[in-house]
Design a binder for this molecule. Structure first.
Ligand code: GDP
Length: 297
């Protein structure tokens, strides 16, 4: 497994026996280790570089109290900066979905966990907030994806929009809107078509859906195990569609969660939830402290 960052820095600072102020050389040596730790945690290179620069400014000249070693002091500065970077909204798990029925658009690449996350979110809204939720799949290219959402809906006791063959994504979205309005739903979740790569046609389709329903939230679902890829996906979706938040899936896996830092640094958007497993109750509100600890190892 990965070497704990504190242990690594311990080695760097072995030669320093007395506490004092951190010198520029000490900091540079320590930050080399921090950079390696970030890259091992799957933080993308440009984000790691920027992060290191910020820490360098804060750490150089910082005083080291008697109770901690210089290494521990650097780890603390890095840890605090990680949390400051990761933290977004005060309550990331609380969506802005007043004024019913509130449309929520779920976007992302195929296989990221988008459909599962749609069901997880529906269940959470229903069980924790007592919301009446409607889900609709807009994936006209993949009937199996539509059926998957319907099956999940039955499992969690959340309604899904009946499937009507031959409709396009915008037509389905509009039908979801009118059913949500007439049926007295609080929120309707639109599971947009997954795609293997960023693809112009599907981006145009998401834009058209967005323009048709004017979503209160547009959540990008990305695989938390992918580093730089996740960042590229986020940049693309933010530029073309605009997102209000991110859901990182597969955070129950072995990954160190560096994608969280990359996503946050690049998009500036809050990470709202993390997926912690395949089951529909495995969705947690994002906690910066936990992810920071994990990135540092
Ligand atoms: P989509 O193509 O983006 O809609 O992806 P799916 O929702 O169909 O999910 C793809 C696979 O990832 C399924 O086997 C899910 O059970 C699994 N999955 C989704 N979210 C998570 C998660 O947070 N953790 C784990 N371990 N698996 C997940």
């Amino acid at each position: 497994m990965f070497e704990n960052l504190s242990e690594r820095l311990g080695g760097v600072f072995d030669r320093l026996t007395k506490a004092g102020a951190l010198s520029a050389d000490d900091v540079t040596a320590a930050l080399r280790e921090v950079r390696t730790a970030l890259l091992e945690a799957d933080v993308s290179l440009p984000v790691a570089r920027d992060f290191i620069k910020r820490v360098q400014v804060k750490a150089t000249g910082a005083s080291v109290t008697k109770s901690v070693t210089p290494g521990q002091q650097v780890v603390k500065i890095v840890h605090d900066e990680l949390i400051a970077t990761l933290r977004g909204d005060e309550d990331p798990g609380k969506l802005k979905i007043d004024n019913p029925p509130a449309p929520v658009l779920m976007v992302g690449l195929q296989g990221s966990g988008k459909t599962t996350t749609t069901a997880k979110l529906a269940r959470r809204l229903k069980e924790r907030e007592g919301k009446r939720v409607l889900m609709a799949s807009l994936d006209t290219n993949r009937p199996a994806a539509m059926e998957q959402l319907a099956i999940l809906g039955t499992q969690i006791g959340v309604d899904t929009l009946p499937i009507v063959k031959g409709e396009n994504a915008v037509q389905i979205a509009k039908r979801a809107k009118s059913q949500a309005t007439m049926g007295g739903y609080d929120v309707y979740l639109l599971d947009t078509a997954g795609r293997l790569h960023i693809d112009e046609v599907l981006m145009d389709e998401v834009q058209a859906v967005r323009d048709a329903v004017n979503p209160r939230e547009t959540l990008l679902v990305v695989d938390g195990l992918t580093g730089q890829d996740a960042v590229n996906v986020a940049t693309e979706f933010e530029g073309k569609v605009g997102i209000t938040g991110v859901v990182l899936t597969r955070m129950d896996g072995d990954g160190r969660g560096g994608a969280a830092l990359s996503m946050r640094a690049v998009t500036g958007k809050p990470i709202r939830f993390v997926g912690m497993g395949e089951k529909t109750d495995a969705l947690e509100s994002f906690e910066a402290e936990r992810v920071a600890g994990r990135i540092l190892g």
